[in-house]
Design a protein around this ligand. Sequence first.
Ligand code: FPP
Length: 245
Amino acid sequence: MRDKLQLPRHVAIIMDGNGRWAKARKKPRFFGHKQGVKTVRRTVEYAAKIGIDSLTLYAFSSENWRRPEAEVKLLFELLSLSISEQLADLHKNNIKLNVIGDQAALPVRLTKKITRATELTQNNTGMQLNIALNYGAHWEIANAAKELALACVNGEMDANTIDENTLEAHLSTTGQAELDLMIRTGGEHRLSNFLLWQAAYAELYFTDTYWPDFNEAQLDDALAWFATRKRRFGKIDEQITARTG
Ligand code: FPP
């Protein structure tokens, strides 16, 4: 049986490689994204089943607007369709949906759907599923700074009380388990502006597998690797041994 103590509480995934997966099959990029949605569904179900507290998926970054307009449009349509198709199952599995990122620039039809889906699932007590949409960590941190500044200007807060905790309270993942494990598929070894604050102590796992080919066994590999990591959080080995026995 899986050792619950060694299971990461919060896992984030940069789902990369849809386009290359499709290209390798001489198909249009969109074919890879469609296959990627299937992987999302399986991954969400599996993560919830094994007891992950929070799963955060990078679906559309602030930088993805630079893609051809037709691909951006198709991605939004696919997301919208996925929410419609998967919402009932998410709710049935007691999953709480949360969308993080700057929603102001998203198509209204999509934001309406997101609002309905998050409202429906807000009282669910199982896994927290965060979908990052038009998300960028620089935007998130700047936005938190803006909210703090406004609170000071409005007299609700003293600027001298601003510290790491008050800033963190304004991030999109506030109140959730600390990020333990960040996975990136598709062979690149970078964080691409994803959860930069939250990843301060996360273990980083990179795999060459393209996202459409990622499966339960591969997630298990990442989890097994995580279980072998010694998480020191700045301490020395002896302190960790003393703490965990
Ligand atoms: C990266 O592959 C993937 C994306 C930019 C989009 C991820 C979106 C999905 C998997 C579908 C929808 C998600 C949800 C949550 C339902 P890429 O296009 O950058 O691939 P490449 O690097 O091979 O070109």
